[in-house]
Design a protein around this ligand. Structure first.
Ligand SMILES: [Zn+2]
Length: 653
C-alpha cells in the first residue's frame, strides 16, 4: 500500500493543491457528513436524509470509497470541499479554512490572512493534553486558535458538569426549571454554571501558568489591577453565573454569555456578562444558537431573531428550530449577512415594550441596506417570547406570526406616522415620507435586473408610499433619487465578494457531450483505460474545455505518479458545479457496472466503441467543414474537385 503521504512525493502540484490533498486525506467524508446528518450503511454507500430538501426518505448518498456525496433529488454532489461550501454557504476559500481548522493543517499565510501561529498538532480527545502540550514548549509563544478552541471546549464541559452535579448549582437548576427549560434543551445548548469561587477553574488546571494564560486569552479569566496597592488578581469573569456557551457554525464554543441568577449574592449589577473579543470570538460575527438553528433554517428558509438566549432555547424546545438570539444589544450588518447565507426571510421577534420598538427602528436600516426580507413580530404587551412559547406553544406562535407579523416597511411607516395626521399635517407627513425614503435609499438597487426580488420589493414600496401619502409616484421616485444621490456620496460601497464566481463556467459548451462523457466515465471507473484512449484519440478531436483540462491533468499526474484516479482529478477543481458534474459521472459509471472488475472483453469493447464514436464525430465535422469550404468563391474548379474527391475517399474508408 501507499505509505508515503502525498506531500512527500515528488509531484509538480502547487502548494495549493498539496494543501487540498492533505486536507482531503485527513478528513473522511462519512465522518464529516455525519456531523450534520445521521448516516447508516447500505451496501457500499452510506445514506441519510438530505439537509437541502425536505427529505422524507434518505436521498443523500455518501460514497466512502470515492469520498463523494450526492443527493439524487436535489441533483447535487461533490466532495468534502463542496459539501462544506453548500452546508455553510461559504466560498471555496471559506470551506478550505473550515476544513483546515478541523484538521489543524496550516494554510499558507497568503491564503489565510490571519496573524496566527497555528501549528500542526496531533488530535487529542482530552483538551488538557492540548493545554499541557503548549505548556511544555520552551519558548513562550502566542497561543494559537486551535488551542483556544480546545480550551473553550474544555471550559464549557466544566461549567456544564458543574451545573449538573454541584450542590452549589441547585439554585441555577431551579431557575432553569422555573423558566421551563427542560433536560434536553439543557444538554442541547450545553448550559452550564460557573461556581462563585473565582479561582475554581484555576484550581482545576492546577494553577499552571501556561494553562491560566490560555484561559485568560480565551476571555474566561479576567485580570484585576489594584493601582493603589500595586497588586494584581486573576479571577473567573463569569463566577456565580448561569452559563450559555456561544458556539460557531462548526460546533465550537467560542464565547460565553453569563446570566446573573435571581437572589444572587454577587455584587455585580450586570444581568448578563459576555466574553470579550478574543482571537476566536468576534461579537459582530456570532449569533446565539446558530450552530443548532442553521440546519433547520436551510429547510424553512427562515431565521427568527430573538432578543434573549432563553427565548431562542424555548423556541427550539417548542419545535421552532430556526431561532437564534443576538448577543446583547448588538445586531450588526455582519449578522444579517451571515443569516442571509442560511435563510431567505428574517423575522425579528420583539417584546411588546417600548425598548423593543425602539430597537426595531435602529436595526431596520441594517436589513434594508442588505436587501433582506424582514418581518417584524411584536408580541402582545407584557409578553416575552420565552413565556409566550411556553404557555401558547408552537402552533399559536406561528399563527401569531401569520396574523401579526408585519413587513419592515409597514413597521417603519407605522412608527414615523404615529402622531402625524397624513391628510392635514403637510409638513409632518412630508417629514415622515423623507425619513422613510432615507431608509429605503440605503437599499441596494439594480443588482439583478427587473425580476430581482429586492428590485421588485422596491417597486412595490414606491407604489405603496405614493398611495399612503397621497402623492404621485413620480414625486416619490424623484425624492428617492435625491436621497440615493446623497447616500452615494456618503457611503463607501464595498464589493460583495460572494457575487464574483471564482471560476467561470458560463460559456456554453464547457461541459462534455455524451461521447466525451462516456470516455470520462470509463477513465474514472477504470483508470487503466486512460492510456489507450489517450494514445489513440487525437487531441483536436476533443471539444469540451473541461474534458481537455481533465486529460491534461491526468497526463500531468502520470508523469509523476504511477497512476491517476477519479479522486486525484476531483480535488483539482474548486468550482462546485464541476465537482457536481464529476461526481455525477463517477456515480453513473458505477451504476452502469463499469470498473476495474469488468472482464477484459467488455473493457476492450467499450474502448473500441468510444474510439469509433470519436472518429465518426470527427468525420462528420470534416464533411460539414468541407461542404462549407466548397462554397468558397475564391477556390478554383480544380481545387474544388480535389476536395470533393478527398471527401468521397474518406467516406469509403
Ligand atoms: Zn436533496
Amino acid at each position: 500500500m501507499d505509505f508515503l503521504s502525498s506531500a512527500e512525493k515528488k509531484v509538480s502540484y502547487s502548494d495549493y493543491d498539496r494543501i487540498k490533498e492533505q486536507i482531503k486525506d485527513a478528513i473522511d467524508i462519512v465522518e464529516l457528513v455525519s456531523r450534520f446528518v445521521p448516516l447508516r450503511r447500505v451496501g457500499r454507500h452510506y445514506v441519510g436524509r438530505c439537509p437541502w430538501h425536505d427529505d422524507s426518505r434518505p436521498s443523500l448518498q455518501v460514497n466512502p470509497e470515492r469520498q463523494s456525496y450526492r443527493c439524487w433529488v436535489c441533483n447535487v454532489g461533490g466532495d468534502i470541499f463542496s459539501f462544506i461550501m453548500q452546508m455553510e454557504k461559504v466560498d471555496f476559500k471559506g470551506a478550505l479554512e473550515i476544513l483546515a481548522d478541523m484538521t489543524g493543517i496550516e494554510l499558507p499565510k497568503a491564503k489565510r490572512e490571519r496573524k496566527e501561529t497555528s501549528r500542526e498538532r496531533k488530535k487529542t480527545d482530552d483538551p488538557n493534553d492540548e493545554l499541557h502540550e503548549s505548556e511544555v514548549d520552551d519558548a513562550p509563544q502566542p497561543i494559537d486558535r486551535r488551542t483556544l478552541f480546545n480550551t473553550m471546549d474544555w471550559v464549557q464541559k466544566q461549567y456544564h458538569e458543574a451545573l449538573l452535579t454541584l450542590a452549589e448549582a441547585e439554585h441555577a437548576r431551579i431557575y432553569l426549571k422555573e423558566r421551563g427549560i427542560n433536560e434536553q434543551s439543557l444538554r442541547d445548548f450545553r448550559i452550564g454554571y460557573s461556581p462563585l469561587d473565582g479561582s475554581w477553574l484555576m484550581n482545576k488546571v492546577g494553577n499552571q501558568p501556561r494553562r491560566i494564560e490560555c484561559l485568560e486569552v480565551a476571555g474566561v479569566l479576567a485580570r484585576y489591577k489594584d493601582e493603589e496597592k500595586n497588586t494584581e488578581r486573576v479571577y473567573d469573569r463569569f463566577r456565580g453565573r448561569l452559563m450559555f456557551p456561544i458556539r460557531d457554525t462548526q460546533d465550537r464554543t467560542v464565547a460565553f454569555g453569563g446570566r446573573i441568577l435571581p437572589n444572587s449574592s454577587l455584587k455585580s449589577s450586570a444581568k448578563y456578562v459576555n466574553s470579550p473579543e478574543t482571537p476566536i470570538f468576534s461579537k459582530s460575527k456570532q449569533l446565539y444558537g446558530l450552530d443548532i438553528a442553521r440546519l433547520t433554517m436551510q429547510k424553512t428558509k427562515r431565521a427568527l431573531i430573538m432578543e434573549g438566549y432563553t427565548d431562542a432555547i424555548m423556541a427550539h424546545q417548542c419545535g421552532v428550530g430556526d431561532a437564534v438570539a443576538i448577543l446583547g444589544t448588538a445586531l450588526g450588518s455582519e449578522h444579517v449577512k451571515i443569516l442571509k447565507r442560511f435563510a431567505e426571510k428574517m423575522v425579528l421577534v420583539l417584546d411588546g415594550d417600548e425598548a423593543g420598538q425602539k430597537r426595531a427602528n435602529e436595526v431596520l436600516e441594517l436589513f434594508v441596506a442588505q436587501g433582506a426580507d424582514l418581518t417584524i413580530l411584536t408580541l402582545p404587551a407584557g409578553a416575552d417570547p420565552c413565556d409566550f412559547l411556553l404557555e401558547q406553544g408552537k402552533e399559536h406562535f406561528e399563527e401569531l406570526l401569520r396574523q401579526q407579523g408585519i413587513d419592515a416597511l409597514e413597521h417603519a411607516f407605522r412608527t414615523v406616522t404615529r402622531n402625524v395626521n397624513l391628510e392635514k399635517d403637510i409638513v409632518g407627513s412630508s417629514k415622515a415620507l423623507d425619513s422613510l425614503l432615507s431608509l429605503i435609499a440605503a437599499a441596494p438597487t439594480n443588482l439583478g435586473g427587473a425580476d430581482d426580488p429586492v428590485q421588485l420589493r422596491l417597486e412595490k414600496t414606491i407604489g405603496r408610499l405614493a398611495q399612503r401619502f397621497q402623492i404621485a409616484e413620480t414625486e416619490v421616485r424623484k425624492r428617492l433619487k435625491q436621497w440615493k444621490d446623497r447616500k452615494k456620496n456618503a457611503v463607501d460601497y464595498s464589493v460583495d465578494e460572494e457575487a464574483i464566481p471564482q471560476e467561470t463556467y458560463s460559456q456554453s459548451g464547457w461541459a462534455p457531450d455524451a461521447l466525451e462523457r462516456e470516455m470520462l466515465e470509463l477513465w474514472f471507473a477504470d483508470p487503466t483505460t486512460f492510456e489507450e484512449l489517450d494514445n489513440t484519440i487525437p487531441d483536436d478531436w476533443i471539444q469540451s474545455p473541461l474534458t481537455k483540462k481533465i486529460q491534461s491533468l491526468w497526463r500531468e499526474t502520470l508523469l509523476e505518479e504511477p497512476e491517476c484516479s477519479f479522486g486525484k482529478i476531483l480535488i483539482r477543481f474548486d468550482a462546485p458545479v464541476v465537482k457536481n458534474l464529476l461526481v455525477d459521472m463517477d456515480e453513473s459509471a458505477s451504476e452502469k457496472g463499469l470498473g476495474p472488475k469488468m472482464d477484459a472483453e467488455k473493457r476492450q469493447q467499450l474502448i473500441t466503441q468510444i474510439i469509433q464514436g470519436f472518429s465518426r464525430r470527427d468525420h462528420k465535422r470534416r464533411t460539414n467543414k468541407g461542404l462549407s469550404d466548397l462554397k468558397d468563391e475564391s477556390l478554383s474548379k480544380e481545387e474544388k474537385q480535389r476536395m470533393l474527391r478527398e471527401m468521397l475517399d474518406s467516406r469509403r474508408q
